[in-house]
Design a protein around this ligand. Sequence first.
Ligand code: NDP
Length: 333
Amino acid sequence: MFKPLDLKEGSEKQTLQPTDVERVKCLIIGSGPAGYTAAIYASRANIYPVMYEGLQPGGQLTTTTEVENYPGYPEGVTGPVMMEDFKKQAQRFGADVRWGMATKADFSGEIHKVWIDDSKLIEAETVIIATGATAKYLGLDDEKKYAGGGVSACATCDGFFYRGKDVAVVGGGDTAAEEAMYLAGLCRKVYLIVRRDELRASKVMSERVQRTPNVEILWKHQTKGLTGDNGVVEGAVLVKNKGEAGEEEVKIKIDGFFLAIGHKPNSEIFAEFMDTDEVGYIKTIPGTSKTKVPGVFACGDVQDSHYRQAVTAAGSGCMAAIDAERYLSEKYS
Ligand code: NDP
């Protein structure tokens, strides 16, 4: 049994000047499969979760089309519909799902503080961080210029539009190899633009992509820019052997330009209080969702650089809610 906070069901709102302050038992930040699953479990455990959805309600899956590998959807489902289903299920058990973006955090005290949209302050006994990760871009102006006109960071989302056409994938890791092979099944030709003379991808993936007949690997190539009319990609300008003897400019004709150079976990506002790896992924105690701060838990892609699947994110969201419930239970026993 929980000793009641100063709360009844849900959360009690008090209006304090100059900042709006609200105290909750369980705050969930982020609304992908991890966040919604945490909300389902936390609601059913009666810890009255309040969830802030963030900038992209539903998370990365809302930018995908068909999801065919999530168990329970034998015919497949679109990412946005699946996320809407998750949300409805969380709300059915009373999760308080809200618009808003966490902009600052302070985990230095026993009560954890998180500011929403730089104004409202949430004081939470437990916080579940489910803020996900964002695809990285090269930082070229042309990526913005041709956004929506051939530049994409998700082959499984957008590959369909390039059936029978020529495309390029940038990157040399497992994601790039996987995306190149996926696109090879749809497109006439796939260039894999690799900045070094070897792939970072695992041996099995490297071998597989190198064996795929319509994938051409452009070793030691870097992208300088994109070309095309009316905001639609028609080609890319690459530099081979940049900064070395034999440096040369190479032009390729493509209709689609896919980035697969890694992801950036959305952990900045929490990083000061967390252990993170060199990329920024939050470290959790193995086998749990616990971070080094008691009462703060992390789940989904913000703490997982490896699997990054909807189903693994959902599983870790379940773990986070169970860990939060047990934390509160122990605190008040
Ligand atoms: P990685 O960080 O593993 O690879 C990123 C790739 O992008 C590297 O080849 C890197 O080059 C290249 N790159 C980075 N920045 C630039 C740049 N500015 N210009 C050109 N190239 C650049 O990211 P992934 O997303 O591929 O993988 C992340 C994790 O997820 C890994 O642990 C991976 O194993 C895992 N994963 C596993 C899968 C599976 O098992 N099925 C599928 C997908 C991912 P360089 O090598 O020179 O640094």
